[in-house]
Design a protein around this ligand. Structure first.
Ligand code: PHE
Length: 344
């Protein structure tokens, strides 16, 4: 009959030996040998100890039993751990990674904020009965200026800093020439929206782009008035921005009379004044006015019968307001880290 304390000592020794053999196994083969020696079913040392445990006197059994179980679980856990580690190390290098990690997300690209804004603007005007039209970016002097009531060789053309093309023609400085092209093609009632790219030479400085987006709007019908213009553009601003305040300021364009620019209260500063609105609290988002009768006539429309209104807005400025961007250059740099924040 074994002495209880001597038995417990021998269990402790067994545990220590097992830890050394299993924990120190440097290959799956030596680990398997250690497993057979200590945890093996047939001739394992724990198995032998279990037999001796059966012969321990009654009083000593609980204590001896606890010690036995402790050593057994400890060695079993150590074995499982060591085995996992050795297996992982024996995998080919390509499989060393944790395959349960989520895959690295790849950015697949998205619409540019200015594109998103253009689409949204078109959708709002579509509800009001406007269709979308387009025109060429390479224009003639006549469509870009003369048909729009710019006097020939008038300094107003300089204000547009036109990019002229070799062999005649120019890059349109605004989307307004498409007003004339549209009216030549379709008879009133006309309600169109014309998104497009325009080009200006004055814009080769850090805060301007030589090519930028514009959206032209044109409505020509019987009895169209300035009240329609104001109501429609105010409705647009409410729809697009929610509760932003708007204001109209008198302005001048050769192709509209009267003319007005519309501002919205700067959403970056809530009207208090900031760098985006140059301290004014307001941001100009469009030019507009009643289509000049000379423009209607140039397009072959009966200017005695029909009236119209038009506007040209800057989607980049509108995007600045929508996404609260302090600097318009963010929209031209195409920095993916920035674009990613706005992409939907
Ligand atoms: N074409 C003008 C511009 O580029 C904007 C405008 C369009 C103004 C239509 C009035 C009517 O500044």
């Amino acid at each position: 009959m074994p002495d209880v304390s001597a038995f417990i000592d021998s269990l402790k020794q067994l545990g220590a030996d097992g830890q050394q053999a299993i924990g120190g196994a440097s290959s799956l083969e030596t680990l398997e040998q250690a497993r057979i020696e200590f945890l093996g079913d047939a001739r394992g040392r724990l198995k032998a100890a279990q037999k001796e445990l059966g012969a321990v006197p009654r009083e000593g059994k609980p204590q001896a039993g606890r010690e036995f179980n402790a050593v057994k679980t400890q060695l079993e856990h150590l074995h499982a751990e060591r085995r996992a580690a050795l297996e992982a190390a024996s995998r080919p290098a390509s499989m060393q990674r944790d395959l349960t990690l989520p895959a690295r997300a790849r950015w697949v690209g998205a619409k540019h904020p200015v594109t998103l804004v253009i689409e949204e603007i078109c959708a709002i005007f579509r509800e009001l009965g406007f269709t979308v039209a387009q025109g060429p970016e390479a224009e003639t002097d006549w469509y870009n200026f003369l048909a729009l009531n710019f006097p020939a060789d008038h300094p107003a053309m300089d204000a547009h800093d036109t990019l002229y093309l070799e062999g005649g023609g120019l890059l349109r400085t605004h989307t307004s020439p498409v007003q004339v092209r549209t009216l030549q093609r379709v008879a009133p009632p006309v309600r169109v929206l014309i998104p497009g790219t325009v080009y200006r030479r004055d814009c080769f400085d850090p805060s301007h782009a030589p090519a930028f987006a514009q959206i032209e709007g044109l409505a020509v019908d019987d009895d169209v008035s300035f009240a329609d213009l104001k109501a429609t553009l105010t409705h647009f601003a409410k729809r697009f921005f929610g509760s932003s305040r708007t204001r109209f300021r008198p302005s001048f364009f050769p192709f509209t009379e009267p003319s007005a620019e519309m501002d919205i209260e700067c959403r970056l500063c809530g009207g208090a004044g900031c760098s985006a609105c140059k301290g004014t609290g307001w941001m100009e988002i469009l030019g507009s006015g009643m289509v000049h009768p000379n423009v209607l006539r140039a397009a072959g429309i009966d200017a005695e019968r029909y009236t119209g209104w038009a506007f040209g807005m800057g989607p980049a400025r509108i995007a600045m307001q929508r996404y609260k961007l302090p600097d318009i250059r963010l929209l031209y740099d195409s920095d993916v880290r920035f674009l990613e924040q706005i992409a939907r």
